[in-house]
Ligand binder design. Structure first.
Ligand code: SAM
Ligand code: SF4
Length: 352
């Protein structure tokens, strides 16, 4: 048992990295079916009992915050598909030690939630958008919802929320959207980021467009990119400014510019697995710690509790499990090793 003062030092993993960021996948479900992420039929619905309840996730966040994690990203699947998300964010924002709570969404249903999310105290929104062309949007997402996502971008722009637009360039699919999407950064409060596709799950069937190529297209269009500090955030992105763009351009390139040496994050799945790395099979089962089944067990691969059902003494077990996940965090990803080792890892489960 640690004294209260201990928590101020936060956690370091076995490689000296400071861990202060938790990404939470609150649901596997999604309203879209992006070809590199979700199968066309969607995912087999998990039994509610097998998923962490939002109260349980709040308990994990409370323990994480006591251990120095102060930044929380709510993601999925599509996080807005999870009922009760706005009040969850309201509660999370008010927990001791929590600095920022941000959301990553496909934008499909965001407009209807925006007012409530702001009142709940959400700090920033990331919206994923890979194309501006309806036919390409349909090809990538298997849906007709481009207008909804564009409307969400415009609505978020009218709020004080920081906005990042995330695009995954796919070879032969949306390269021609790179420059038009970057134009969103003409608005001062908008950052457009290009994320290199990682060979996870269905993503392995597509070819990424390497950062250098995206960079070259943008340099051609804007006449040069100048490195600059990023907007406040939690990420591994490198940021640039360009003539004519008041906002910023960012790159997250796990393959061509690995950022593992400065990785600060853990990931919680909706089923209660705490994962130290996207590319690793290792995880710690927090569900058993939460439901009175002993401390979380490290693994290679009952009813969702309400607040009243969560054992009062579980906090110590959850903290122990979180520290265990930090200690098994690998030095880096092994995406370059190739093969099919990551074919069963799905971004919508791990929390992209
Ligand atoms: N549904 C929300 C959305 O699309 O923003 C949140 C979850 S989604 C899994 C989060 C992000 O992961 C999206 O920007 C998506 O494009 C990205 N993503 C999915 N699969 C990926 C992969 N294999 N490599 C890189 N990014 C990926
Ligand atoms: Fe859904 Fe996001 Fe995956 Fe697209 S990337 S299928 S929007 S979870």
């Amino acid at each position: 048992m640690q004294g209260a003062g201990w928590y101020n030092f936060g956690m370091q993993d076995g490689f000296g990295r400071h861990i202060d960021y938790l990404r939470i996948s609150v649901t596997d479900r999604c309203s879209l079916r992006c070809v590199y992420c979700m199968p066309p039929e969607g995912v087999k619905l998990a039994r509610h009992a097998d998923m962490l309840s939002l109260e349980e996730i709040l308990k994990v966040c409370e323990a994480a915050a006591r251990l120095g994690i102060n930044k929380f990203k709510i993601t999925g699947g599509e996080p807005l598909e999870r009922r009760g998300l706005t009040s969850f964010i309201h509660s999370l924002k008010r927990q001791s030690g929590v600095k920022t709570v941000t959301l990553t969404s496909n934008g499909a249903a965001l407009c209807g939630f925006l007012d409530g999310l702001q009142k709940a105290g959400l700090d920033a929104v990331n919206i994923s958008l890979d194309t501006l062309r309806p036919a390409v949007f349909r090809r990538i997402t298997r849906s007709d919802g481009l207008e909804n996502t564009l409307r969400a971008i415009e609505d978020v722009r009218k709020t004080p929320l920081a906005l990042k637009i995330n695009c995954v360039p796919l070879r032969g699919v949306n390269e021609d959207d790179i420059v038009p999407l970057a134009m969103f950064a003409r608005h001062p409060a908008v950052t457009v980021r290009f994320i290199e596709l990682m060979p996870l799950g269905l993503g392995a069937a597509f070819s990424p467009v390497p950062q250098d190529e995206v960079f070259a297209r943008l340099r051609g269009a804007f006449g040069g990119l100048t490195p600059c500090g990023g907007p406040p955030g939690n990420g591994p992105a490198s940021y640039y400014s360009a003539a004519g763009l008041a906002g910023k351009i960012g790159f997250i390139s796990a393959l061509s510019r690995s950022f593992c040496a400065s990785c600060n994050r853990l990931r919680l799945t909706s089923m209660g697995l705490l994962k130290p790395c996207l590319s690793s099979d290792l995880s710690v089962d927090l569900k058993s710690a939460l439901r009175g089944g002993g401390r979380g067990s490290v693994a290679g691969g009952g009813a969702g509790a309400n607040a009243a059902d969560i054992p009062a003494d579980c906090m110590e077990k959850i903290e122990e499990a979180i520290r265990a996940a930090v200690m098994i965090k690998p030095a880096g990803h092994d995406f370059h090793a190739g093969g099919s080792r990551h074919k069963n890892k799905d971004m919508f489960r791990i929390g992209g």
